[in-house]
Design a protein around this ligand. Structure first.
Ligand code: GLA
Ligand code: ZN
Length: 700
């Protein structure tokens, strides 16, 4: 889908929160205060009604819209916009009671007792119909309401259901995909352990020993969520076609291939909770958020998107829920804006008195007013965002490098017994984040793309751990290199096909031995505290680095060796290799390297390829949004330390104080600076706005 540059409802950066008036219906004073306090922080909007089904329909077909009428009207009067939720992320008790089949069934065959949330059966026709009914009522009643800006469909859809209906739908899905049971048995390699199916009814929804099944099940679950959302959107689009639809994503969540979801939605929105802990490595976490924001920017096709949730202070679900340090919150918000967010919303507006999230950060604390530190910080953020209207609709600058993030490769890897598990999250995402962080730390800009992206727009494409690799993707990447691009692949590349079956003929498959000029014979998985020494001039002055976790035993078949293994019984084996392919290059990194190793490697590569690079102190990042009238630059110090930098002729403004800085400047811990001719006076760049944006800032 070609997305417009501007979110249709954004004349300025929208600012607001998840708002639950339905929890406060017996206290009108609170509800009136809410709107007054929203105006006080310069809020523009709120997501309303996310878990409010019973408040809207207390019994079948009986609707109580009065409170929502009042809220919508109150918002309209106050000039506030509403992102109106469809309430389907939590089922009404009466509906669960009437139709137990809408409740999700676990792998163990047990039906959930209708508690928690996000646990409806995505296949259930009863639930789908009920969702359409309430959505139709909402669209009929509010579709033309002046405050309505956006449909917030459900909330963070995810998870899986193993009920008989889902099982049947899975069988239908498999029939459509493979046609015959014979073909299914073949692609799933079911003769292993005597798993051959002789009737469709025997095919389970879960069997960890059938890796092809696990992969297809994840694809099916993903498709069910997408079709559930499409089912929800049908009446909204029918009755209120002028109002766009979104559903809030969760970054790199496991069961949700958001590349696919993005195709069906009008606007892209994401929730993010970075869990800042003010340790030495906090800048790494911030680069982790940049990874997620870049992914979301990718979902949005490079266009503006919505940060639908973040916490204004701490969360309540972490192991230790620390407060954000001074400057961190403002920086996190601006970081999202720098990456293309034109909407900044919090979870949550006001802390409830009870329930699981009563201690989750909110703009309004239990104290109830505007005296809290968090409220004041939020008011300051609101003030700053108001001055940033000129960035609305501007696209973040296009990077010269694309990094592929692929749920299919992740699912296939996770479904395969053997490769070692990641230390946090999943190994696949871990690999992608490490390469992204190293590229950014070496001063190179990166876009995140899917496997079906148009690679020709980039100078270099990095595909970390692309474990599942289809013929088609391999061919397109090889063609990209042949046409003059640089393709960087890593350990765990091209092990399996689209059915999670190993490629034959030597890794990397399919047929990539020739493209990379090497053979990956076998893999050594290291113990957690084991290190393997790696040597090579590609690591800069150090000339060496370490490998952890995974070291492949590679043989050159024509590629030039850039680094070799220097310890272990396979010392001397090549580990980083480069091959000429057509007019371009391929590079293979056969081990998980230490951070400094990756950074040295990418600095070397960027220099060799002449990629534009902005060298700044570690943890200092610049991001630019480009408009017809010039760029707006964001400069962040992600570290807890001061950082010395030479801004040269450029003038930036420190967001916290509005003070102008140029020349040799000390960035404060978690500092955020802005520059750009479009910005208002206290945040204005005084230089020629059409200047080159490359390489003018230097560490001093
Ligand atoms: C998610 C949900 C919200 C809330 C927050 C808490 O993002 O969408 O309803 O539970 O987490 O961090
Ligand atoms: Zn089900």
């Amino acid at each position: 889908m070609k997305r417009p540059n501007r979110l249709p409802f954004c004349e300025r950066i929208l600012y607001g929160a998840d708002y639950n008036p339905d929890q406060w219906l017996d206290d009108e004073t609170v509800l009136l205060e809410d709107v007054a306090l929203m105006r006080k922080i310069n809020a523009t909007s709120a997501s309303i009604g996310i878990f409010s089904w019973t408040a809207l329909e207390p019994s079948p077909g009986i609707y109580t819209f009065d409170w929502l009428d009042t809220t919508m009207d109150r918002f309209a009067k106050a000039g506030l916009k509403v992102f109106l939720a469809t309430p389907t992320a939590s089922k009404p008790m009466w509906l669960s009671e009437l139709h137990p089949e809408i409740r999700r069934v676990g792998r163990d065959g047990r039906r959930e007792p209708s508690g928690g949330r996000h646990n409806h059966c995505p296949t259930s026709p009863v639930y789908r119909e009920a969702a359409q009914r309430i959505n139709r009522e909402l669209a009929l009643r509010y579709g033309r309401h002046p405050s309505l800006a956006l449909w917030h469909v459900g909330n963070e859809f995810n998870g899986e259901c193993h009920c008989e209906r889902c099982k049947g739908a899975f069988h239908d899905w498999l029939r459509r995909r493979y046609g015959s049971l014979g073909d299914l048995n073949r692609v799933w390699w079911t003769s292993f352990w005597n798993h051959t199916f002789t009737d469709w009814s025997q095919v389970p929804t879960f069997d960890q020993s059938i890796d092809g099944l696990t992969l297809d099940w994840l694809r099916f679950v993903n498709d069910q969520h997408v079709s559930f959302i499409e089912n929800e959107m049908a009446p909204l689009r029918d009755l209120a076609p002028q109002v766009p639809c979104t559903t809030n994503f969760m970054g790199t969540n496991h069961t949700t291939n958001y590349w696919q979801w993005s195709r069906t939605l009008d606007c892209i929105s994401n929730d993010i909770y970075p869990l800042h802990d003010d340790r030495e490595d906090s800048w790494r976490k911030s680069l982790g958020s940049d990874f997620t924001h870049s992914l979301v920017r990718g979902f949005a096709g490079g266009n503006p998107w919505i940060m639908m949730e973040c916490s204004p202070s701490s969360v309540n679900w972490g192991k230790v829920n620390k407060l954000k340090r001074p400057g961190v919150h403002l920086q996190e918000v601006l970081q999202a804006v720098a990456n293309g967010a034109d909407v900044v919303h919090y979870f949550q507006w006001r802390k409830g008195r009870g329930g699981f999230e009563k201690f989750h950060g909110a703009v309004i604390d239990h104290e109830g007013g505007s005296d809290s530190r968090v409220f004041k910080e939020c008011a300051e953020v609101g003030r700053v965002l108001q001055t940033l209207s000129p960035v609305v609709g501007l696209s973040p600058s296009r990077a010269p490098v694309a990094l592929v993030y692929d749920w299919e490769a992740r699912w296939a890897l996770e479904a395969s017994a053997g490769p070692k598990r990641g230390t946090y999250g999943d190994r696949y995402t871990e690999a992608c984040v490490e390469h992204f962080r190293a590229l950014r730390s070496s001063g190179v800009e990166v876009d995140l793309v899917s496997t079906d992206a148009d690679f020709s727009a980039y100078r270099m494409v990095v595909t970390p751990a692309l474990y599942l690799l289809t013929d088609d993707t391999a061919r397109r990447l090889a063609e990209f290199a042949a046409a003059g691009g640089a393709w960087v692949a890593t350990y765990l590349t091209g092990y399996v096909d689209g059915n999670n079956r190993c490629w034959r003929g030597g890794f990397p498959g399919p047929c990539l031995r020739e493209v990379f000029g090497l053979w990956n014979e076998e893999v050594d998985y290291l113990l957690d505290d084991e290190r393997v020494r790696i040597q090579g001039s590609v690591f800069g002055a150090a000339g060496c680095t370490e490998a952890t976790d995974i070291v492949e035993r590679l043989h050159s078949e024509g590629a030039q060796t850039l680094a070799t293994v220097a310890s272990e019984f396979y010392a001397g084996s090549p580990i980083v290799l480069q091959n000429n392919w057509g007019l371009g290059k391929t590079v293979y990194v056969g081990a998980r390297l230490a951070e400094e190793g990756y950074i040295g490697f990418y600095e070397h590569l960027a220099a060799k390829l002449g990629l534009p690079r902005l060298v700044l102190p570690r943890g200092v990042i610049r991001k630019t949004r480009i408009g017809a009238d010039g760029p707006v630059d964001f400069l962040f110090n992600y570290t807890r330390h001061e950082a010395a930098i030479d801004l040269g002729e450029a003038t930036f403004h420190r967001v916290s104080s509005g003070a102008a800085c140029s020349g040799k400047t000390t960035l404060l811990p978690y500092d955020s600076l802005l520059s750009g001719a479009l910005l208002p006076s206290n945040l204005r760049h005084t230089q020629n706005p059409t200047r080159s944006t490359q390489n003018e800032l230097q560490p001093s």
